[in-house]
Design a binder for this molecule. Sequence first.
Ligand code: ZN
Ligand code: FE
Length: 262
Amino acid sequence: MSVKPQYQVSAIPAFTDNYLWLIHDDQHAAVVDPGDAAPVLAALQANNLKLDAILLTHHHADHVGGVQILLQKFDVPVYGPANEKIAGITNKLRQADQVELKAPHIQFSVIDVPGHTAGHIAYYAAEQDWLFCGDTLFAGGCGRLFEGTAAQMTASLAKLSALPDSTLVYCAHEYTLSNLRFALAAEPENSALQERFSAEEEKRAHGIATVPSLLGLEKSTNPFLRNQESRIIDQLIAQGRLHTRDPIEAFAALREWKNTFR
Ligand code: ZN
Ligand code: FE
C-alpha cells in the first residue's frame, strides 16, 4: 500500500507584510517569491530542509530580492515568467506550461495573469488545490495596476476565479483587513463580507495569518471579483465614480477608489 506523501506549505513572514511560501515535505523544499534570503535560510535550517527549487511570480524586489543569495548556497532551478527580466531564471514559463517538481513532488500549471506587472504568472497545483498568485489576487483585494490595464487585470482575475471554490489562495501579502474595510465601503450590504470581516479581524487580533484564503470565499466577498454585481455598480454610480455599467469600467473605478481609500 502506498502512502501519499504529506506536503505542507509554510508561511515565512518577511519585510512588513510579505509572506514567502515554503512548500515542503520532511526533507525537501521549494520557495515561492523569496524577496529576502535570510528568513528563508533560517526556515530551511530550523526544519532541516534542503532547497530544491525557486518559483517566482513577478519581478518586484520584494518577490525576487533573495534569489541570488539562495543560489550561492543551493544550485537549484529558478522558475519564473518568460516575459519579465529577472536575473537567475533558468526555466521561463508562460500560460499552460507545466512545472513538475521532483521533491517535493508537485505538478503546477502556469497561468498568465498580467495586470500588476506585464508578465506576472501564477502557479496552480490542481491535485493539492493550491494557487500561488503573487500580487494578482489578494485576500479581499487585488494588486495595483503598475504595468497593466484594467481590462488585462479583470481577464487575469477571471482566469483565477474559474478555478474550483476549494482552491487555497496563497497570495504574497497580509493586506486582508485593509482590503476588507474597502470591500465594505464598496458593498456594505454583503452579509458574507460582514461575517468575513469579523472573522479575519479576530484572526489578526491573535496574530494569525488570514492567508491562504478559500477561492469560494473570495468570490462571495472580494469586490475585485464582483465587478459585475449590480449592488457594487449601483454604489459606484451613486458616488459619481462610474458612468456606465460596463464591468471593466467598474473594475477600473474600484481600483482607483481603493488607491486613495483610507
Ligand atoms: Zn509586486
Ligand atoms: Fe509584493
